[in-house]
Design a protein around this ligand. Structure first.
Ligand code: M6R
Length: 614
């Protein structure tokens, strides 16, 4: 949700900022803006909509005669105030000397705004951010030091904020501030960078400093000082930046989403290679002591949002089946507004690709306060959620750029399968032959995934045939109910077609009223599973109401050829592992449908990849 960048150094500042923002575009695309310090004069350029619009504004400028030494930039996902130029960042003080970009939400902005208005400050936007600008400006006018003004102002702000701040009278520095919103400092050679996330500094900075909450960095061209909100110096150890430009390139694919879908077999191969020698060896958990973490655990609570929540639904089945421990799954945004019955015998698993999802972080914090042990499953071991963890399960799926989560979901599933197997091995809660059978099947998954990815004609044909439909229903039972939810989420988020996932047995309790010849019903099936016959009955019921039926099933499914209008088949797989394989055609169906409709696949409207507001 919003991306911020800052740069101080000798390279073309506007270009460094723009390329940084480009790589943060997944965080929002309602508007963009930069502020440049040109020899003491601060110029602000802003545009509504995508970054290309800002590029056009900048292309119309002649920067050749300017002496720009520093700048800050922003890409916005609108929270307070619509997507307009007035609400675009950077925002500036009334005298034009102080500029600021912000990610987060200032919760007490209304009171502060009224107070500042009474004192004579003029507001030009509807944002919460502008309050911070005038507040810091007010403190500056008294304290005459940007650092002191920022420290004084942040003590009056409630909520979440990452800021980059520049002042006309202190042109040697940018101040970066972090509280409950991510912010990093990239260290270069006689130049330094600030960013919401690593992609903005890949290929530019050599080292990285992770700011913690309640810290500010005074970033100069040749040095960086970090302090806490009381002004005390903090010693930070810069870490190596272990990413290359290749990690955020499209590698020849038209969209990041398609690239990321196609990366899945190799990601799973690597995860398996690290954690499992062969089907006969125990599963390793990368430094995580499964025995210790699960010792005394009587209940597992899994908390997540969106796609990660669907991974949690699958994990519930797997953990209950293999470990015998009762599992509850809850959307983080719901968990935090009820009586939480968690205690020290509970293991709370927070799943988050980004590790920055505000709802999930708040829920995990709450569970921790109640005494639960915390395990986080994340693709970003440098993220905020990790701070609350007693154990971390890294996904190692590589940077996921597309807003629609694909490879991280598959990596979540496989990592959680491996963890459940490891726990079952330690607790002896499942028969050894069951566990070795599962491990053997896991090792075969990447090749089967490649088979699915290599034969996409039927999926493309279905996408083209059905992309004109206004709504879709996805049905499944058991462990694949999550697949129905996830398939429907993927379709709606990138194609804007209304799609709902339903437990197939629930169809007759209401949703069946929606069925007619204009309503495709996509059924996720596993022949031979305990729910297969019931699924077929539900499909018959849908057919009897003239719905078009699409089966996403396995090669073993030949008994009901006539029932379905379309069949998309994957290699045979056991029910318990089927969500990994059956999800790939659902990802591709969503992708090709969005493509057929000409949608902006990687940046669907209204969305952002890291949802850092509650
Ligand atoms: O980073 P997280 O896994 O915590 O993100 C959770 C959701 O915001 C995310 O999965 C979202 O639903 C995706 N856009 C789905 O494709």
């Amino acid at each position: 949700m919003c991306g911020i960048v800052g740069y101080i150094g000798n390279n073309a500042v506007e270009e460094v900022l723009l390329s940084g923002l480009k790589s943060l575009e997944y965080r929002g695309y309602d508007s963009a803006g930069i502020a440049l310090n040109d020899n003491g004069q601060i110029d602000v350029y802003r545009a509504k909509g995508k970054l290309d619009n800002l590029s056009r504004v900048l292309n119309a400028q002649d920067f050749s005669h300017k002496h720009i030494s520093q700048g800050i930039g922003h890409i916005r996902w609108a929270t307070h105030g619509g997507a307009t130029v007035e609400n675009a960042h950077p925002h500036k003080s009334n005298d034009g000397k102080l500029v600021l970009v912000h990610n987060g939400i200032i919760e007490n902005y209304k009171e502060l705004r009224e107070e500042l208005k009474r004192e004579g400050f003029h507001f030009f936007s509807q944002t919460d951010t502008e309050t911070a600008v005038h507040l810091i400006d007010r403190e500056y006018k008294v304290l005459r030091s940007l650092e002191a003004a920022v420290i004084s102002a942040v003590s009056k702000l409630r909520g979440a904020f990452a800021f980059c701040i520049m002042h006309h009278d202190e042109p040697d520095k940018i101040i970066a501030v972090r509280k409950n919103a991510p912010l990093i400092v990239g260290l270069g050679n006689n130049e330094n960078f600030i960013a919401s996330d690593i992609p903005a500094i890949i290929g530019k900075a050599q080292k990285i400093v992770y700011l913690d909450d309640n810290e500010l960095a005074i970033v100069r061209k040749d040095n960086v000082t970090v302090k806490d909100f009381n002004g005390r110096l903090i010693n930070k150890n810069p870490e190596a930046l272990n990413f290359a430009a290749e990690d955020i390139s499209k590698r020849g694919y038209k969209h990041y989403m398609l690239k990321e879908i196609n990366e899945q077999p190799d990601i799973i191969r690597n995860v398996l290679a690290r954690r499992m020698k062969d089907a006969g060896s125990p599963v390793a958990t990368d430094g995580l002591d499964a025995g210790q973490l699960f010792a005394g655990v009587e209940k597992i609570e899994i908390i997540a949002c969106g796609t990660s929540l669907h991974a949690a639904m699958v994990a519930r089945h797997v953990f209950e089946e293999l470990t015998g421990i009762a599992v509850t799954v809850e959307a983080a945004s719901e968990y935090i507004y009820k009586r939480v019955l968690t205690d020290e015998k509970t293991l709370c698993i927070g799943i988050s690709q980004s590790g920055e999802t505000a709802d999930t972080i708040t829920a995990v914090k709450l569970a921790k306060e109640k005494g639960a042990k915390i395990l986080t499953v994340t693709n970003r071991i440098d993220s905020s959620i990790v701070r609350y963890a007693d154990g971390v399960l890294p996904l190692e799926a590589g940077i996921e750029v597309s807003v629609a989560a694909t490879k991280s979901y598959t990596a979540q599933l496989v990592s959680l399968y491996l963890l459940a197997i490891a726990v079952a091995e330690v607790r002896h809660s499942a028969a050894p032959e069951v566990l070795s059978g599962l491990k053997q099947e896991l090792l075969e998954l990447p090749a089967k995934m490649e088979q699915v990815l290599g034969a996409t004609e039927t999926i493309k044909r279905c996408a083209e045939k059905y992309c004109g439909n206004k709504s879709f229903i996805y049905i499944a039972r058991g462990i694949n109910l999550a697949s129905a939810y996830e398939g429907a989420l993927k379709l709606k988020e990138i194609s804007y077609i209304n799609a709902g996932g339903y437990a197939a047995g629930e169809l007759k309790h209401g949703p069946i009223a929606l069925l007619d010849e204009n309503m495709p019903v996509l059924a996720v099936l596993v022949p031979g599973s305990r729910t297969y016959d019931k699924m077929i009955s539900n499909c018959e019921e849908a057919k009897a109401r003239h719905a078009r039926l699409i089966a996403v099933t396995t090669e073993a499914d030949n008994a009901h050829e006539g029932l379905f209008d379309e069949q998309i088949k994957v290699p045979a797989v056991s029910e318990i592992l089927s969500p990994v394989l059956l999800n790939i055609p659902l990802q591709l169906l969503a992708y090709y449908t969005a493509e057929a409709l000409g949608r902006e696949v990687d940046q669907p409207r209204n969305l952002a990849k890291s949802v850092t507001v509650e």
